[in-house]
Design a protein around this ligand. Sequence first.
Ligand SMILES: [Mn+2]
Length: 480
Amino acid sequence: MEQNMNLEKADALKEEANECFKKQNYVKAITLYSNAIECNPTSAVLYANRSFAYLRTECFGYALEDASKAISLDKTYVKGYYRRAASYMALGKTKLALKDYETVFKARPNDKDAKLKFNECNKIVRQQAFERAIAVDTVKKSVAESINVDSMTIDGTYTGPHLVNGKVTLQFMQELMDAYKDQKKLHRKYAFQILLDVAELFKAQPSLIDVTIPEESKFTVCGDIHGQFYDLMNIFKLNGLPSIENPFLFNGDFVDRGSFSVECIFTLLGFKLLYPNHFFMARGNHESQTMNQMYGFEGEVKSKYSSQMAELFTEVYNWLPLCHCLNQRVLVMHGGLFSRDGVTLDDIRTTDRNRQPPEEGIMCELLWSDPQPMKGRSPSKRGVGIQFGPDVTTRFLEHNHLDYVIRSHEVKSDGYEEAHDGKCITVFSAPNYCDTMGNKGAFITMKGKDMKPHFTTYDAVPHPDVKPMAYANSMMSLFG
Ligand SMILES: [Mn+2]
């Protein structure tokens, strides 16, 4: 009798959760599915549905766990394999995804969508195998070396901004941003020139950059931008344009998701060239090849320029610094802290970063980790990096004589969050993320004399009618 009551309750909770999911309120849906699972822990459907909601919130590690659980509860439940395939895809584990898509396709040979996904995934797996095969014998030649900017000509129909003797000026930056607001393009000659110059600049930088903020000066830290160019312009409207007197640090994830990633990245790289010692950029987990292939940046660069330029971006991103230390008191990284105690700033300084982010270790964790409210460490909800508790933060700060940590990487409804007793601050600067999350954006300002963080929050501004993920891999349409 009690069992039946629970089943009924589980069903009612599931219906309520499904409604929330439809309204794109994924966080509430996850809570309701979890409550339903408590009432009926043997339902494969509930786990598969929660897995889908986790996919939408980018908790790919949890999504994978739930999909696997659904399969273990009911090996004939096709949706479970579907969800697990999607989770594997999101984590870049394409071979494992293919196996699950094959199971789905075999179970439903007449399902058009199943066939499409299986074929798409198969194509990606074969493409990757091909790329690996050519990479084995050939010493990888730098794309930068094969580009000849001098040979590129500009014809009279081009009305956009011009570099002055090959250099970025303030006037160039103003004209560039105006051109972008009108949805115009920067000429490829100048785009390549900026990429080549900024690659040289980043190459000369260490993996951890020490920044000095004078007593009376203001310094601004921004979080994820994710291709939301019009919101980036709003940050400059609210906080002033970057300058020597108005220095900025952008803390990674400049691109992907939003469909104005090209506009964002050239604006940021332009300011880096204009103010190399007062404008800073750190690498995020989205400044990587696999993420760019799946979440839109590569497709956008190929559409607006060429695949050669997409390859050059991969080289430039490999040289982005991993971490910034402000006045020897505040450490800023995209993701978070480490799977072991005792990591020092020197360990970060000596990290060889010119590569794609590895699956573990200091570089991986700097880019991927998240804080958690519980003490200690746990596996990541994302399936990459770790989750670290307040005690981990405290020990890290004491060991390295720091005041607090700023990181980004997670959407927050207020645009920022102070966790771990104020010692671990999240800042996220993409308001209404993916046009759906309804969150505010935020940035942090501080004065050199006290390094106290001040928060400015703001709402999304309108953008032209190009949806987020417009250039993303078609497999990723699964996650909206
Ligand atoms: Mn991120």
